[in-house]
Design a protein around this ligand. Structure first.
Ligand code: 5GP
Length: 120
């Protein structure tokens, strides 16, 4: 059974254009924008257009095209932000133990400085 998707979550509202974001990239499958509370000099979020709560939901229920589209958008976003050559980190929080706060799948991209060792 799938976790119910709350269509009033903040990223659903960004996808519908109800609240603004600092957009980096968008296509048929995904939207990339800057995090409102950056934890690194570059902190971007990449989200699928589809209604998926988390990567756990997405990897089981999304179509192959949606899955390919999200990861393609992650790579394109990293290139647009010039992260790919110096390097960067991706992270996706899932559920309660993962400390996920917004219940629409998002992949964080952190970069722009030398990052420390992986947490936790
Ligand atoms: P989570 O803890 O769910 O993985 O991360 C949610 C992220 O969304 C946080 O880094 C937070 O700063 C970001 N965020 C929350 N609300 C907004 C918003 O309205 N706009 C943008 N651009 N980012 C947001």
């Amino acid at each position: 059974t799938r976790d119910p998707y709350d269509p009033t979550n903040i990223f659903a509202r960004i996808l519908r254009g109800e609240i603004p974001c600092r957009e980096i990239y968008q296509d048929a499958h995904a939207l990339a924008f800057h995090d409102i509370n950056p934890q690194a000099p570059v902190h971007a979020l990449v989200i699928p257009r589809g209604a998926y709560v988390s990567l756990a939901d997405f990897t089981v229920h999304a179509s192959d095209a949606e899955i390919a589209g999200l990861w393609r958008a992650v790579g394109i976003t990293a290139d647009l932000l010039a992260l790919t050559d110096p390097g960067y980190r991706i992270l996706s929080n899932i559920g309660g133990h993962g400390h996920q706060e917004v219940p629409h799948l998002h992949v964080h991209l952190f970069g722009g400085r030398q990052l420390g060792a992986m947490l936790p």
